[in-house]
Write a protein that binds this ligand. Structure first.
Ligand SMILES: NC(=O)c1ccc[n+]([C@@H]2O[C@H](COP(=O)([O-])OP(=O)(O)OC[C@H]3O[C@@H](n4cnc5c(N)ncnc54)[C@H](OP(=O)(O)O)[C@@H]3O)[C@@H](O)[C@H]2O)c1
Length: 244
């Protein structure tokens, strides 16, 4: 990447995002790092130099629009955007085990975070990305694959990630015309040791439970190898394609 790269991390409060910020800054000290999060700047990265930390809830379409218009006025364009946003469970809801567990309010919350928040940002890709090669990554999940679904369960999460994948595929068709060098990626990080996976780690072999640092390293290593021609990419932490 060149000296003047602008990189945007959305969902910057997570442990994975913290590692993405740290490693990006270490690999490319001259990059301008912009971070969007619902929370204040994390103490874990006080030593990292940032262009900006923006407190904003990505489910708020007006707040996203306002931020985009500020960047447009400032002439800020991005070479790389990574969104780690996602929710699987909360104090109010847990992933469904069977059909009767479906609760429409919980389902709408999961869709709002996992799908709509990413749509709130991706709709501005033509205004936010440089015309040269640019990358836009959303953290998806293997369970969002329709053709790979053998286990069932987790209705809301699966549906919201499948819809997120469809957002990426559909945007890629449009951007083939409008932004020919944009690489779109739906990314499955594997099982990562974070609050999201914490209640579901019991059956995960220790060597298959990744650290946020490993997760960030894998993504940042794989990303430059992905081509526009073969995209959009739905890939796992090894760079292996996942069937949509
Ligand atoms: N951990 C795993 O094993 C695993 C496996 C497969 C896929 N993934 C995906 O990887 C991504 C990161 O997951 P994680 O494990 O790092 O999760 P996490 O620790 O729970 O972090 C949640 C992320 O979602 C963002 N977020 C924004 N608005 C939110 C809202 N209203 N409610 C909840 N979260 C919101 C948070 O950003 P701010 O707090 O900064 O706003 C943060 O980046 C997610 O998309 C997840 O689906 C994770």
């Amino acid at each position: 990447m060149s000296e003047t790269d602008n990189i945007l991390i959305i969902g910057g409060g997570s442990a994975i995002a913290t590692e993405l910020i740290r490693q990006t800054s270490a690999n490319d000290p001259s990059a301008h790092l912009y971070v969007v999060s619902r929370s204040q700047r994390s103490d874990a990265i006080t030593d990292v130099s940032l262009a900006d930390w923006i407190e904003l809830d990505s489910t708020d379409a007006d707040a996203v629009a306002e931020q985009v218009s500020q960047w447009r006025e400032q002439g800020v364009l991005f070479n790389r955007v990574i969104s780690t946003i996602g929710v699987l469970h909360s104090e109010q809801f847990h992933p469904e085990k069977r059909l009767e567990d479906i609760d429409i309010n919980a389902l709408m919350q999961v869709f709002t975070v996992n799908t709509a928040s990413n749509a709130n940002w991706l709709k501005y890709a033509p205004q936010l990305l440089v015309k040269q090669r640019a990358e836009w990554v959303v953290f998806s999940a293997r369970v969002g694959s329709i053709s790979d679904n053998r286990l069932g369960g987790w209705y809301s999460y699966r549906m919201s990630k499948a819809a997120l994948n469809m957002l990426v595929k559909t945007a890629a068709v449009e951007l083939q015309r409008r932004l020919k060098q944009a690489v779109l990626v739906s990314y499955h990080p594997g099982t990562v040791d974070t609050p999201l996976s914490e209640p579901f780690q019991a059956n995960v072999k220790p060597e298959k439970l990744f650290t946020p640092a490993f997760t960030a390293k894998q993504l940042l290593t794989i990303l430059p190898e992905l081509t526009v021609e073969r995209g959009p990419h739905y890939i796992d932490w090894q760079g292996e394609p996942i069937p949509w």
